[in-house]
Design a protein around this ligand. Structure first.
Ligand SMILES: NC(=O)C1=CN([C@@H]2O[C@H](COP(=O)(O)OP(=O)(O)OC[C@H]3O[C@@H](n4cnc5c(N)ncnc54)[C@H](OP(=O)(O)O)[C@@H]3O)[C@@H](O)[C@H]2O)C=CC1
Ligand SMILES: Nc1nc(=O)c2c([nH]1)NC[C@@H]1CN(c3ccc(C(=O)N[C@@H](CCC(=O)O)C(=O)O)cc3)C=[N+]21
Length: 385
């Protein structure tokens, strides 16, 4: 399949968002040779300046919470490969890793403040239930525990074997529901096939449902004037990335690719709540490009590697790539690499802003989980628990 963008056919519109690099990156008409040269030199200079700024702004070790002065939201310019530099025309990267580090710093600051105000009484706690031995689930749970430690959230955990019964998992959930030291409960998905996922997720107290997967929390999200106790982390993180990157949502047209209960559908509801006009594309949609082409904002969450092509996008649109797909790659130590649901190399040439994979939505999911746990602990305190 040909996935390269035919640049000659694209009429670029002027950018709507302010470009802080003060370089006009969208062209209205083809450049002459000499203009192109000038722009390419400027693009490289701007890139170098930005790279320095990013290195200075970045936390020293990403993943660790840095001092507040070092924390800054960073929307960085996609690093152009030398061969690309003459194009000078690539989307800004929405740096989810850096934005998530900023948010984790904010969470840490708030927990520290509340803890000292309460004489050490305020201790948010998160419990994670892991059933089975899936490697990816184990990694996710380990990363989450580390993130909890970094920002001062107490971790609780129960690991059960694949052979555990549904009743055993329900018992663990019940125990954490009743434990006042636990403010958030997460049951890692997927669960083994012999378990009724809906039954287990519904057993979690809605006031501790930091994943936001309880039907009552998802249902409230769909209703105007109702507020769920918690919003699902991945959709919440996706919208937060748009907001922190200065992408206007209100009045814009958005397409969400995918309609799962925990990603696509809540993402569509959150965008609609923020006054976007939302179209949901799914596996039975005929001609998805037709809808994607019109969208100012594209959220891709279909689980199909590199599904959305650059040629389908409206020039200058914002792209949030939720997808995490492992594709075989013998050149990598792990034997695979991660790609999103968007064909990045073609999309970065057309979009105005885009999230990378990895380093986009993934780290935000964890940051939102920590944020929800903090909110859960604050709500419990207000209820006098
Ligand atoms: N970054 C993160 O933190 C997270 C990332 N993910 C990733 O997000 C993606 C979506 O996850 P999730 O919602 O759980 O996946 P699901 O498999 O539950 O849902 C996929 C959705 O995409 C739709 N879809 C499938 N194929 C196509 C197609 N060819 N064209 C259009 N739509 C299609 C399906 O349509 P239909 O309803 O018709 O079947 C379904 O609604 C995955 O890549 C997953 O790995 C998930 C969770 C967290
Ligand atoms: N109850 C439950 N809640 C979840 O939120 C949940 C779940 N079950 N099951 C699995 C999915 C998947 N998920 C991810 C979270 C972070 C990254 C993440 O941080 N990814 C890194 C890459 C990590 C790597 O390199 O492997 C990144 O995108 O940069 C990925 C995936 C949460 N999920």
């Amino acid at each position: 399949m040909n996935t390269t963008t035919s640049r000659a056919k694209i009429t670029f519109e002027p950018r709507l968002t302010e470009d802080k690099g003060r370089i006009r990156r969208r062209r209205r008409q083809p450049f002459t040779r000499s203009r192109q040269h000038t722009i390419s030199v400027r693009a490289v200079t701007v890139y170098q300046t930005r790279k320095r700024a990013i290195l200075e702004a970045r936390p020293k070790a990403l993943g660790k919470v840095s001092s507040s002065q070092e924390r800054k939201s960073v929307v960085r310019k996609a690093a152009p490969a030398p061969a690309m530099a003459t194009e000078g025309d690539r989307a800004q990267l929405i740096d989810g890793k850096a934005i998530a580090a900023t948010i984790r710093g904010e969470i840490k600051d708030e927990i520290d403040r509340l803890r000292s105000e309460t004489g050490g009484e305020f201790n948010p706690g998160l419990a994670v239930v892991l059933v089975g031995e899936r490697k990816d689930s184990q990694t996710y749970v380990r990363n989450k525990k580390k993130a909890c430690d970094d920002c001062g959230i107490v971790s609780f955990g129960t690991d059960l074997p694949d052979t555990a019964t549904e009743e055993e998992v329900l018992e663990v959930v019940k125990k954490y529901n009743a434990d006042p030291k636990v403010h958030g409960i997460l049951v890692q998905l997927p669960l083994p096939a012999h378990m009724d996922e809906e039954k287990i997720l519904t057993a979690i107290s809605i006031q501790k449902d930091v994943d936001g997967f309880h039907p009552e929390n998802i249902g409230k999200l769909a209703m105007r004037g109702r507020k769920p106790d918690f919003v699902c982390c991945t959709p919440k993180g996706s919208v937060e990335l748009l907001e922190r990157s200065g992408v206007e949502i209100s009045g814009k047209s958005a397409v969400v690719v995918g309609r799962s209960n925990i990603v696509g559908t809540p993402a569509a509801m959150l965008l609609q709540e923020r006054n976007a006009t939302v179209t949901v594309v799914h596996s039975r949609t005929k001609d998805p490009e037709r809808y994607i082409r019109e969208a100012d904002i594209v959220v891709a969450a279909c689980g199909v590697a590199e599904f959305v092509k650059g040629e389908w996008l409206k020039p200058g649109c914002a792209v949030i790539d939720v997808g995490i797909n492992a594709v075989d790659d013998a050149t990598k130590k792990r034997g695979y690499r991660l790609v999103g649901d968007v064909h990045f190399d073609s999309a970065v040439k057309v979009a105005g802003q885009i999230t990378p994979v990895p380093g986009g939505v993934g780290p935000m999911t964890i940051a939102m989980l920590l944020q929800n746990t903090l909110e859960g602990a604050k709500a419990a305190r207000e209820r006098g628990e």
